[in-house]
Design a protein around this ligand. Structure first.
Ligand code: AMP
Length: 300
């Protein structure tokens, strides 16, 4: 595995690996953008990239412009040595670790903004967050020029927003959504889980438990409408005294259209998503579940 820290090195490393001599065939580049402090969720993306591509590029960059002024940019966990060992173990070919100066050498005046999809869910509680995400991902795509880019459904809204960006701007890359990876007890893996104290960690299990029970309720027909699903989730989460709900929303996916409370699942066309963001102490956790049309109708 080669570690590169600036754009020139990255382009050179890619150019020398990309053309497969003698075959006349271009190798496929799979890209996994992350903010580091890698865990099994990230590793699953690297594995998917390894399977689907000839060259795997992983980037680690804690992107300042996607953090709000009162968020955790400074304290975001970082451990380059450990991350490099994980990347190496997962078969990454090129590890790109730019500094803020490399990514933003002068004040940047160009931003990418996806409208509509970003004014709901996390876009409300984190104003400007998705502009930071789309801008940095567009820059990274221009640097790496990947054939495939792998993103976790843990950040489902991010997947929807990036898919829209790629379509709208005719970017020549396929976004590959990958399933949420969880701890054995159900907690969705996140670099931010290290902020949780023991009690918060224990109570945070309410998120995955509520989603799991809700899925069962829907598939058995006990939860039949959007409003019922929402109150089931809200009541479940509220049973943990430390949980402070930021949002619990049921939307279509990937178009992220809000659904009326009285809407019955069997009448909704296409997939839906139940997405939640909940504070435990100062730590804001997100989780979600996607319900496919077939699953919603399985009891009928
Ligand atoms: P981050 O380093 O948190 O910006 O995440 C980098 C990528 O890893 C994003 O595409 C995330 O959606 C993905 N990711 C983070 N946590 C998980 C998880 N528990 N399961 C699957 N993917 C994840």
């Amino acid at each position: 595995m080669m570690i590169v820290r600036d754009v020139q090195q990255l382009r050179a490393a890619l150019a020398s690996r990309r053309s497969a001599p003698g075959t006349g065939k271009e190798k496929k580049v799979g890209f996994v953008p992350t903010m580091g402090y890698l865990h099994e969720g990230h590793a699953s993306l690297m594995r998917a990239a390894r399977e689907q591509s000839d060259i795997v590029v992983l980037s680690i960059f804690v992107n300042p412009i996607q953090f709000g002024p009162n968020e955790d940019f400074e304290s975001y966990p970082r451990d380059e040595e450990r991350d490099a060992a994980i990347a190496e173990r997962e078969g990454v070919d090129i590890l790109f670790i730019p500094t803020v100066e490399v990514m933003y050498p002068q004040p940047t005046r160009t931003k990418i903004r996806v409208s509509g999809l970003t004014d709901r869910l996390c876009g409300v509680s984190r104003p400007g967050h998705f502009d930071g995400v789309t801008t940095v991902v567009a820059k990274l795509f221009n640097m790496v020029q990947p054939d495939y880019a792998f993103f976790g459904m843990k950040d489902a809204q991010q997947v929807a927003v990036l898919q829209q960006m790629v379509t709208d701007l005719n970017m020549n890359v396929e976004i590959v959504p990958c399933p949420i990876v969880r701890e054995h007890d159900g907690l969705a893996l996140s670099s931010r889980n290290v902020y949780l104290n023991e009690e918060e960690r224990e109570q945070a299990l309410v998120l995955s438990r509520s989603l799991r029970e809700a899925r069962e309720g829907v598939s058995q027909g006990e939860i039949a409408t959007v409003g019922e699903l929402r109150s089931f989730l809200e009541t479940g989460i509220a049973s943990s005294p430390l949980a402070r709900i930021d949002y619990v929303e049921i939307l279509t996916f990937p178009s992220l259209e809000p659904l009326a409370a009285e809407e019955r699942f069997e009448d909704i066309n296409g997939d839906i998503i139940a997405a939640l963001a909940v504070f435990f102490g100062k730590t804001r956790l997100i989780d979600n579940m996607r319900l496919e049309k077939a699953e919603v109708l399985s009891h009928v």
